[in-house]
Design a protein around this ligand. Sequence first.
Ligand code: NAD
Ligand code: THR
Length: 373
Amino acid sequence: MSIVKNLSRTLTQLLQSPGCGCQTSIVPVRCIGVSPRQVTSDASFHSVSFSETDHPRVLITGGLGQLGVGLAKLLRKRFGKNNVILSDIRKPPDDVFYNGPFIYSDILDYKNLREIVVNNRITWLFHYSALLSAVGEANVPLARAVNITGLHNILDIAAEHSLRLFVPSTIGAFGPTSPRNPTPDLCIQRPRTIYGVSKVHAELMGEYYHYRYGLDFRCLRYPGIISADSQPGGGTTDYAVQIFHDAIKNGKFQCNLKSDTRLPMMYIDDCLKATLDVMEAPAASFSMRTYNISAMSFSPEELVQEVKKHIPELQVTYNVDAVRQAIADSWPMNFDDSNARRDWGWKHDFDLSELVTTMFNILGSDSRVAQIN
Ligand SMILES: NC(=O)c1ccc[n+]([C@@H]2O[C@H](COP(=O)([O-])OP(=O)(O)OC[C@H]3O[C@@H](n4cnc5c(N)ncnc54)[C@H](O)[C@@H]3O)[C@@H](O)[C@H]2O)c1
Ligand SMILES: C[C@@H](O)[C@H](N)C(=O)O
């Protein structure tokens, strides 16, 4: 009985202490560092909190995909080259390997992940490993393992070592029964892909770990991301990257979605900026832990018109891929990101015309700008 009384007194003191950062309405166990997995207790004693270091010590999983290398570049500018470790299960190309720390990490290997986090005193984790929508449908068991089992490992490691954890979600976390134009943060989410199901699971598990264990979980739902110097990894929105390469290479493009399929999209710089912004935002500014972010929305036909301002002779044909089309038809057409704009000041820089001009500036040394005036 006296133990219970003591514990209750300690908890009351913790809740009243200004340094606790807990609201009384939230399940109080988050303040006492309960570990979700059975590990030796000293593991959590060795974790280094952000305040003990000048900069966060960052690990990026799945870092050799479309987004990870760009994220590492941005974070290294901010926090220093050696404070940001890229990891993946693939062999890094020379330019990545010689530009900063790279380490092998399979997110399905829990012990190896924990060793990396402990040995490198990681404080922030960006979890980018995933199988995207189209490749996920082609290999559901692997997508389930990487996107769900892998996420469980990440959540447990992050909770045990008091990491700040970023997990991207996606427009694909919504489905045909969600409102599609626009899609708000909170609404019905019944996706029909393993990718979408795994991302809703990630959103809910991350939020649950936040309330249950005090995990500092932060999540943005990205639109389709468009980048010049990295290739997409097998998603439904890939056409919007491929068109630039094909237009420049041979002046022809075959689109695998119908011409009027409208989807939310974003230039990579805006996506990475939002990611860093939400990680740096004070927790007190959040009214939720999973936010939509948006920049533009267009159909293949509208993108083609914009690309033709740079390459007027571009020839476009449509050869619809049934799997991708069904996925796209179930996804949001427009994203409502008003909560992100209000809570932590999210603002995009690139609209469609700036995106296309920037892509050609980076890729298209031989692209010809039409005389449109
Ligand atoms: N690119 C987009 O348009 C977009 C949009 C919304 C959300 N996202 C999300 O952002 C994140 C990054 O996306 P991306 O486009 O860079 O993905 P990508 O497919 O290009 O890269 C994913 C990476 O994960 C790695 N990976 C696969 N299995 C792994 C394992 N077992 N252990 C460790 N790594 C493993 C792959 O080798 C690959 O390099 C993903 O979570 C994705 O769902 C991306
Ligand atoms: C939208 C996003 O999650 C990814 N680019 C896909 O199409 O699967």
